[in-house]
Unconditional design. Structure first.
Length: 155
């Protein structure tokens, strides 16, 4: 079976462009509307539960299906395990676990590398922030001495 997925990123987004690019009848398309609390997309979840081995999910572009690199890694792995094909029309990318072309293999590998890099950078930022907070606390504690000494004339 062929299914489509459309995610609207704002209240003013017209779904027709995505629906047209997918080229499937409207009853086969799952649409998540904006805004959603905590990045929850019920129609995408419903679609992921419905698809079976041999099915194809059509999307206009990668950014309409995945919210970030971690999401991409998680969902792509699940789709490949279920042997579901993902067809991204804008990128002309077909990801099929049995017949990955060189571009798809590179894309998936790069995505996983990017996810690891993103997590490492985030961890470094958090560690640096903790160090800066500790230094600020030390400086603040050491500068709470006699402020009157600083107010006396130098000469």
């Amino acid at each position: 079976m062929h299914y489509g997925y459309v995610r609207l990123s704002s209240l003013y987004t017209d779904p027709q462009e995505q629906i047209t690019s997918i080229g499937l009848p409207s009853e086969a398309i799952y649409i998540d509307e904006y805004p959603r609390p905590e990045l929850y997309f019920p129609q995408r979840e419903k679609l992921l539960r419905k698809v079976q081995e041999g099915d194809t999910i059509h999307i206009m572009s990668i950014d309409r299906f995945f919210m970030n690199v971690g999401d991409l890694k998680l969902l792509l792995t699940a789709l490949l395990e279920k042997k579901v094909t993902l067809h991204s029309h804008s990128e002309n990318l077909i990801i099929d676990g049995d017949n990955l072309d060189d571009f798809a293999k590179t894309f998936i590998s790069f995505s996983f590398i990017l996810d690891t890099w993103q997590r490492n950078v985030q961890r470094e930022i958090e560690e640096e922030s903790e160090i800066e907070e500790e230094l600020e606390t030390e400086v603040s504690d050491s500068s709470n001495g006699d402020m009157d000494d600083c107010l006396e004339p130098c000469c």
